[in-house]
Structure formats: structure tokens, C-alpha cells
Design a binder for this molecule. Structure first.
Ligand SMILES: Nc1ncnc2c1ncn2[C@@H]1O[C@H](COP(=O)(O)OP(=O)(O)OP(=O)(O)O)[C@@H](O)[C@H]1O
Ligand SMILES: [Mg+2]
Length: 328
């Protein structure tokens, strides 16, 4: 059985640099290299997690896929078509098919609107339906995310965090998208509500045949949800692969440190060493030469200070960018 999985999204050597004025007279321009040469392949129907410390470029990557930022260079292929340079006037179809859910529904939803209008807005923009049919669709969506119809006439400030995030999810699926980008979708919610939202997302994925890219700080979310995981550090991918391979056999010191900082189900990974990486990540304005982790890495060698390690396959469906793991 040949099982070439179809890719819904393919990101090639993506760079997103933000210019900042610099120097005493602010005449010099430096660049924050928020995303600096990222490749990503997302298979149709999969859940692809992106993890990494604050400032590693996760949100910038998602916002660029949403075309809220224009890439500095590189390509973003959606269903085979490069959308990175398309003018806004040609992005309408893409915007219908790619939706997003952000961290804090209380700030991402318009507080003055009723829930029914929040959910109906993308339908009115993207689908050619009569007002009666828009209404029916909104009611169906509210059922799909397990909210009572009575909520339709309320506004976000009167909803709980979990209810508001369900509204954001209903809005995101309203246009029958193929891909949904989730940026920390549960981290602003009470712990007791987080699992309900994750389960809702998993159910909708199966029911509607969705693909997710989920950005999270929470390794247990990756373990619970993800098929694939990409680990980012200061704008670069340092490790990626099938989630169970990366989580149970992490190879990059940075990934090991991320996993070390949370309680692990020890039985599953008896051989894992623990590493602590101290301090804050350096600024993306002046990233270290060579491997960007070297100033914080307990294993740094001379080579790491001068040359950037390439991302290489260490086993099938598992790649690492670290000089400790050179290609054979
Ligand atoms: N619009 C912008 N202008 C200038 N710099 C920016 C802009 N957006 C992000 N940055 C910078 O780009 C880098 C990556 O930021 P980003 O928000 O993508 O990180 P993140 O991985 O999502 O972090 P967090 O986990 O805190 O959400 C940071 O150094 C940030 O300060
Ligand atoms: Mg972010």
C-alpha cells in the first residue's frame, strides 16, 4: 500500500523580518528575524503542533500563513498554490478555506456584537446564502459546538471563557474551511475547561475533515492532540517529526529541555535524560552566530559557535538541527 499523504500546506524557506529603527538617531535599520528560513509540511487531516519558548516566532508564522503579514521571502503553498504574493483582491477564496482561533476569545471577538452576528459575519462574506439560510447555518453551528441556542442573543462579555472560545470555534468553522490555525486556543481558559475545548476540536476535526496547526506552550496538549510536532527556537526549526517520535525520543537539547520542564509519564520514556536550559532566549534582533542555542546549551562545542547546524533526518519522520546528531 503506497500511502503518499497529501499536503494541504507547504511552507518553503519562509522568512519574516520586521524592520526596526536603531541607533542614537534612529537612522540605522535592523531586522527582527522573527521567522528565519522555516520549512513546514502539513498533511491533510493531520494535527500539526508548533512549540517553543516565547518569542520563537510561532505566532508570526501563523499570522503570515493567514497573510496578516507579508513574507519577506519564501513560499506558502496551499493546496499547491503559492499564496505568499497574492494581492488581497485574490485572497478571498483562500480566506474562506483557512480560518483561525486565537488565544483569548474575549479580545478576539467583538464585544458589542451578538453571538449570532459574530458567527454569521464570515458566512455573509464568503457564502452566497439567503438571510434565512444564514440563520439556519448559525443555529446548526451553535449545535455543533454544543452551545445552547439561547446564547445567540448574548454578547461576548456575558459569556464564560469556555463559551466564548466555542463561539470563536463556531465562527472559524462557519465557512467550511479546510485548515484551522489555533494559537494557544486553551491557554487563557480554566484548566477544567481546557480538556472540553480540546475534545470539541478533536471531534470537529473528525466530523468535518479539518486540518489543524496548533501553537501551544503545553506539552500535554501536544501529547494529547498532535500527529506531528515542530519545535522552534528564535525563528528556526530545531526539531520536527511524528509527535510520538519527537516526544518519546527527543534529540535536540532544546527539545529535551522543553520536555524536562514538565512532568513526564516516566514509564513511556525511561531513557530520557533531563536537561535544564537556563536564562531567557537572546533577542531575535541579534541572534547568536552558529547554532542559535549555543550560549545556553550545556553541550555546546566549538563547531556550534561558528556554524549553523542543518536540519537533517535522524530516522524516518524525525529531523534534528544539532551538531550532536550529524548525518551518517
Ligand atoms: N509586528 C512586529 N513588529 C516587530 N517585531 C515583532 C512583531 N511581531 C513579532 N515581533 C517579534 O518577533 C519575534 C517573534 O514573536 P512571536 O510573537 O511570533 O513569538 P511567539 O513564539 O508567538 O511567542 P509567544 O509564545 O510569546 O506568543 C519576537 O522577537 C517579537 O518581539
Ligand atoms: Mg505567540
Amino acid at each position: 500500500m503506497s500511502c503518499m499523504q497529501e499536503e494541504i500546506l507547504k511552507i518553503e524557506d519562509l522568512k519574516v523580518y520586521f524592520p526596526v529603527k536603531w541607533g542614537l538617531l534612529r537612522k540605522e535599520v535592523k531586522y527582527v528575524k522573527a521567522v528565519d528560513g522555516v520549512n513546514l509540511n502539513v498533511e491533510k487531516g493531520s494535527i500539526h503542533a508548533i512549540v517553543g519558548e516565547s518569542g520563537s516566532g510561532k505566532t508570526t508564522l501563523l499570522r503570515t500563513v493567514l497573510r496578516l503579514h507579508k513574507p519577506t521571502s519564501g513560499r506558502i503553498l496551499f493546496d499547491g498554490e503559492d499564496i505568499s504574493e497574492l494581492p488581497e483582491s485574490q485572497l478571498k477564496g483562500y480566506r474562506r478555506r483557512v480560518q483561525a482561533v486565537f488565544q483569548n476569545p474575549q479580545t478576539s471577538l467583538n464585544p458589542k456584537w451578538k453571538v449570532r452576528d459574530i458567527i454569521a459575519e464570515p458566512i455573509r462574506i464568503h457564502m452566497d446564502l439567503s438571510e434565512d439560510d444564514v440563520e439556519k447555518r448559525v443555529e446548526e453551528l451553535v449545535r455543533l459546538v454544543n452551545l445552547p441556542q439561547s446564547l445567540l442573543d448574548q454578547s461576548p462579555p456575558s459569556l464564560s471563557g469556555g463559551q466564548a472560545q466555542r463561539v470563536a470555534i463556531a465562527r472559524a468553522i462557519s465557512t467550511s474551511p479546510d485548515l484551522i490555525l489555533l494559537d494557544e486556543p486553551t491557554s487563557a481558559l480554566d484548566v477544567s475547561v481546557q480538556a472540553q475545548i480540546l475534545n470539541l476540536l478533536l471531534g470537529l476535526r473528525d466530523e468535518l475533515g479539518l486540518t489543524y496547526i496548533i501553537v501551544t506552550h503545553d506539552i500535554s496538549v501536544v501529547r494529547y492532540m498532535a500527529d506531528y510536532v515542530t519545535v522552534m527556537y528564535l525563528g528556526k526549526v530545531v526539531e520536527e517529526g511524528q509527535a510520538d517520535l519527537v516526544l518519546n525520543n527527543p534529540m535536540h537539547p532544546y527539545t529535551i529541555a522543553l520536555l524536562s520542564s514538565v512532568p513526564q509519564p516516566e514509564a513511556e520514556i525511561p531513557t530520557m535524560k533531563r536537561i535544564e536550559i537556563s536564562g531567557e532566549p537572546p533577542s531575535a534582533l541579534d541572534p547568536p552566530k552558529g547554532c542559535r542555542l549555543h550560549p545556553r546549551c550545556p553541550y555546546a562545542m566549538d563547531l556550534c559557535r561558528s556554524q549553523e547546524p542543518p536540519l537533517v533526518e535522524v530516522e524516518a519522520k524525525h529531523k534534528v538541527a544539532c551538531w550532536l546528531h550529524r548525518p551518517k
